[in-house]
Design a protein around this ligand. Sequence first.
Ligand SMILES: N[C@@H](CCC[C@H](N)C(=O)O)C(=O)O
Length: 301
Amino acid sequence: MTAARSADAPFAFLKGHGTENDFVIVPDPDGVLDVSAADVARLCDRRAGIGADGLLRVVRSAAHPEAAALASEAEWFMDYRNSDGSIAEMCGNGVRVFARYLQRAGLVGAGDLDIATRAGVRHAHIGKDGVDGTEGEITVTMGPAELPGGEVSVGVDGQTWPAVHVSMGNPHAVAFVDDLDDAGELLRAPAVSPAGAYPNGTNVEFVVDRGPAHVAMRVHERGSGETRSCGTGACAVMVAAARRDGLNPARTGQPVTYTVDVPGGRLVVTERADGEIEMTGPAVILAEGTIDPSWLAAPSH
Ligand SMILES: N[C@@H](CCC[C@H](N)C(=O)O)C(=O)O
């Protein structure tokens, strides 16, 4: 990582998570840091780095070429990277953690704020703190889901399941299975076919029912591997489950809410009659420190 001001200057970082989908947060309000894919992979390394599923760079929209056009709508841009350094359009757990960081840093007040992402502007509502001292949950608008249709299937260890293609700004393949263990250890990305359905790769969710409007999922994330939670994945799962259950708020005018359990906790997802999806869940900042740029510049061992 290099900085326009001084290549030797240390950089602040924080560590946070949302339902155990964890992130290195790098505040860079003026967009002066050049964070390469290799830097991200090194920072996210769980043994030789800080360790995380992804990195959130906090940049003023006006200071980032991909977000400058959104600056009048949202002051802050979430520059999200997967742990392998690849760029993704959106991160649902990340955007809650991003909002929590802005609140904690005093850059926004409690309440409502808009955040620019590569998938467009998302609106966050930061809830009041709980009476037990816990931080309030955060609700984020996630945009409408797109279901391009077409037959898709996913496979692990010789087993194959039909899947639902859902876009939440980023791609998802949602497969309903009998048992979450059917997906095995998920050490590698599941096979997805036809390959042309996802030219840029995809996140894959495996889903079981837990009760009425209540499901549980595991996820293999594009660029990060199996994670403990995926917010956009939970929204994709909610929509796939609702359509499977014959529910479509755009037709009935009635919002639909599902509880989505993930290995790292619980998310609540509502699809409104106007198609907008809202997701509510926790967002925690747990540590902060300083990155030594000479460590990043040194060859890895
Ligand atoms: N964990 C995220 C999704 C992060 C991006 C994803 N891996 C992709 O490449 O699309 C979430 O909470 O949504």
